[in-house]
Design a binder for this molecule. Structure first.
Ligand SMILES: [Zn+2]
Length: 270
């Protein structure tokens, strides 16, 4: 049996209210999922993410931060609360944080950038790795350019780790991948890799190679090809992995082993 890590999930989403425990206690172990990283990226999601870790201490780990879309929800008290929660042993990283220029009607560019910088300052203090969310508007890659600039000026990259960050939900060209890889980042690969129109993502990932990627679902969203329109969950990781293994031309057990090792290195798991 192959063992996998889901490096990015939202299992506290209401979409899982009916069967969350069944999923975590039975279906995930059956699918070979040994770790799942629960993203708490709005103030009201932080404590529930830590609570899920308490309920499944071997399986679930937290990643806490403020998603650009939720930037308007962050108050000065919230920022203090987050600073106090980040060093918690159950929390492995700061995320998902970054820039999303598709949601400027909810959070202006300025607000997103200021919040991102605040998150980087917390990451600098706590020495935790980053889970980055960068989303562009159509063919305009300004959100990537702005992300790399902000990182350059505000992020004290950890030097004691091989992979200090992941570009989650990688959905860009090799050009952007290369800039991230040059900073030691990993690429988070999910169902988007398998969608028919996304040949450019597959090409970029093939060029980057298995050593530079980790697997994720971003569930309940982004079910892989063949399951689109259905709720996504971490038991789809082996299916995502088989799309990647087939395309880049390596055996599935090798991909499972490499991506598991990469995710452990990123999140500091033994
Ligand atoms: Zn996410």
């Amino acid at each position: 049996m192959n063992f996998f890590i889901d490096s990015h999930a939202h299992l506290n989403d209401p979409a899982f209210d009916a069967d969350r425990d069944e999923l975590l206690s039975r279906q995930l172990p059956q699918a070979g999922i040994v770790h799942s990283f629960e993203i708490g990226c709005a103030p009201n999601e932080w404590q529930p993410a830590l609570d899920l870790c308490d309920k499944y201490p071997q399986l679930v780990h937290a990643v806490l931060g403020v998603h650009p879309e939720y930037a308007p929800q962050l108050t000065p008290e919230g920022l203090k609360q987050l600073a106090a929660l980040l060093p918690d042993a159950r929390n492995t990283a700061v995320g998902e944080i970054g820039l999303d220029y598709t949601c400027q009607a909810i959070a202006s560019k300025d607000l997103q950038q200021n919040t991102f910088i605040q998150m980087l300052q917390l990451a600098n203090q706590t020495q935790k790795p980053l889970v980055l969310h960068v989303r562009r508007e159509g063919e305009d890659y300004a959100s990537y350019e702005d992300t790399f600039q902000i990182l350059k000026h505000n992020w004290k990259q950890q030097t004691n780790t091989q992979h200090p960050a992941v570009l989650h939900c990688f959905c860009a060209r090799y050009e952007e991948a290369k800039r991230a890889l040059d900073m030691g980042m990993l690429l988070g690969i999910n169902g988007c890799f398998s969608y028919k129109k996304n040949e450019y993502i597959r090409e970029a990932v093939k060029k980057a190679g298995a050593d530079k990627i980790i697997l994720e679902t971003d569930c309940p969203y982004l079910s892989p090809q063949g399951k689109r329109g259905q709720r996504n969950d971490p038991s789809n990781i082996p299916l995502i992995a088989s799309f990647v293994a087939d395309y880049i031309g390596i055996p599935l057990p090798d991909l499972a082993e490499i991506t598991t090792r990469n995710a452990k290195a990123l999140y500091g798991l033994p």
